[in-house]
Design a protein around this ligand. Sequence first.
Ligand code: 5GP
Ligand code: MN
Length: 319
Amino acid sequence: MRIEINDIAKILRDNNDFYILTHKSPDGDTLGSAAALCLALQKMNKSAKILCSDEIPKKYGFLFEHVKNQNFEPGYIISVDVANTQLLGDNLCCYADRVDLCIDHHLMNQQFAKISYVESGFAATAEIIYEIINALGVNIDANIASCIYTGISTDTGCFRHSNATSHSYRVAADMIDRGANAFEINKIMFDTKSCAKLSLEKIALESLNFFCGNKGAMITLKNEEIMSSGACSSDFDGLSAIPRQIEGVLIGVFIKEEQTGIFKVSMRTDATIDASKICANFNGGGHRCAAGCTICGDLSDVKNRIISQIERYLRDVEG
Ligand code: 5GP
Ligand code: MN
């Protein structure tokens, strides 16, 4: 039986001392969702805190300005925007078997929690958090509204990706009515670049190569190149979109060497191609048009393996 939003609200009312877990390499949706939920629970006079395996990039700092720092042992553990336990990261994997409630929008969510609420029709987990906070009857003030707006705006690429639905727009509009400063948030998220980010983009563009008769394009960043750029984690935002932005390209791939010989692959595809299926060949997953996986080996081997899976997919699809 599918659990309803009102059941989630009841569970949150009936429990205390919430740990809210976000995914590693945190983005605006996992952090905005966690901050909005944490603020709402604290408004209900409950103890709540947010945990992330990785350091939180500076540009997301405003989300936490009004979150109270509280220290307590966990009574009820929630994950937001986390599709599987690997995404909890090294510092939160100790909670992998202890998650009580998973709130997520990934189609391939692995249902690792005692209770899962997964709405894959929503562009952002923040859209689910909006529904939950409304069901709780907590007033969405300007701070909560900014967090929810950030989640939706970042996961839809500022409302440009095909995942943005009328629901995304309606919730975002309501958040603006409640005081979210959309202009300022979007400026921080989409219109501001560090010098290190520009330097990463320059290096990545030099690696650009095409495959499958120019239907595919790929950029790569090696460990030593990343080190020399002085980049921090948020400087990588948007890089994975670049190859797919080239006219005529249906499949864009960004390969980033995370540690020597360990490569994080980000795939972005046209709506006609299911990136999550291609990445599933490497134990990865994600959404139809945005998916990822991790592959070990040397760079040229990793590139060849990805290209041959893409060739195979195109052969199967195009018969
Ligand atoms: P990104 O390329 O931005 O890291 O990820 C794009 C989408 O694919 C996200 O929704 C993310 O959750 C998913 N994803 C990325 N890497 C993996 C992976 O290794 N396994 C799974 N299951 N999903 C992934
Ligand atoms: Mn998300």
